[in-house]
Ligand binder design. Structure first.
Ligand SMILES: *Cc1c(COP(=O)(O)O)cnc(C)c1O
Length: 344
């Protein structure tokens, strides 16, 4: 059975074109920086984001960890959203592996950290305190609903960082979704940042990989640490070849996923027993199950699976549906019919 899979955009399988490019990819030993396809991908990613250099990494989690390790020493502190992936969903890597101390600041409903709260979280010089070194933003902000942070907001945070001698890292796992939804060049969203991580393996449909982007000096240090963490890969051009197609062909089609998320949202509003969050900003639709519905989220997910639709819950009474390349209009229609059937 071919399922409509809305659990995440990480489930995207490579396209036939990607598989062909992977099979035909020119490769070399990337630890020697000899893989022409990886080099091409790294140049392209840096160019698209308006930075000097970039590094292909196995996962977004490793990309974020490398950024933290380059920017911070042991005992340094990082200002980060309390709903940030880096804080909530990366297994505490910054403290376990880097001795870095997170300083969570509340994520507002729009995904931002309030500017005065960022300022207030910066440590003063005092023997009791840690040393603040870095601010992290997430764009789009996943847990807040796949919401975008604007270029203006990011500029303001960049200004706070510069004034206080801090670096700014953007967890831009879905930065191209943000650029598409805001209809701006992605360069504008990352201009104030010292480093950015984005994922090829989510809405951009590649099977594996993320990019870490920044200055030449930053990337050289990150390459060294990637080797230390065991992320120095060899003929990895076979994966970079898919990533090239992500950058060339997938970054400019994300609006379709966002449009389908809106159709899904409008349709689900008509289904009894659901309380929808605000209209989706990008490719994520979040909603709660009302108490009047006697089914658990697991029972609902099991029922949906029987109808051919895979969904994942995001809390005891909460779902997140994510649209992507492999969910077409028919898939959205089928999903709405399945919810109506399961909740009737
Ligand atoms: C998925 C994700 C990551 C990590 O990427 P992996 O490749 O799964 O390690 C980081 N940040 C955000 C916001 C994400 O959604």
């Amino acid at each position: 059975m071919e399922y409509i899979d809305l659990r995440s955009d990480t489930v995207t399988r490579p396209t036939p074109e990607m598989r062909e490019a992977m099979a035909a990819a020119e490769v070399g030993d990337d630890v020697y920086m000899d893989d022409p396809t990886v080099n091409q991908l790294q140049e392209k990613a840096a160019e698209m984001l308006g930075k000097e250099d970039s590094l292909f990494v196995p996962s977004g989690t490793m990309g974020n960890l490398l950024a933290l390790l380059v920017h911070c020493q042991r005992g340094h502190e990082v200002i980060v959203g309390d709903n940030a992936h880096i804080y909530v969903n990366e297994a505490g890597g910054m403290s376990a592996l880097g001795g870095i101390h997170p300083r969570p600041v509340k994520n507002q409903a729009d995904g931002t950290l309030a500017l005065d709260e960022i300022r207030a979280a910066i440590q003063t010089e005092d023997v009791h305190h840690t040393i603040t070194r870095l601010i992290c933003l997430e764009n789009t902000q996943n847990i807040c609903g796949g919401v975008m942070l604007s270029a203006e907001y990011t500029q303001q945070v960049g200004k706070i960082a510069r004034e206080n001698d801090l670096s700014l890292h953007i967890d831009g796992a879905r930065i191209f979704n943000a650029a598409s939804a805001l209809n701006v060049d992605v360069r504008e969203l990352v201009a104030p940042a010292d480093s950015i991580m984005f994922c090829l393996s989510k809405g951009l449909v590649a099977p594996v990989g993320s990019m870490l982007v920044g200055s030449k000096k930053f990337i050289n240090r990150a390459r060294h640490l990637r080797k230390m963490l065991g992320g120095g890969m060899r003929q990895v051009g076979v994966l970079a070849a898919a990533g090239m197609i992500s950058l060339e062909k997938m970054t400019n089609r994300l609006g379709q996923d966002h449009a389908r998320a809106k159709v899904l949202f409008e349709g689900l509003k008509q289904v009894r027993g659901l309380k929808l969050d605000a209209s989706p900003s990008s490719n994520m639709v979040y909603f709660d199950i009302l108490d009047e519905v006697r089914l658990s989220v697991k029972q609902i997910a099991d029922g949906m699976k029987k109808q051919g639709v895979l969904v994942d819950w995001a809390g005891p009474r909460r779902f997140r549906l994510v649209t992507h390349y492999w969910v077409d209009d028919a898939g959205v229609k089928k999903t709405l019919e399945a919810f109506a059937e399961v909740l009737k």
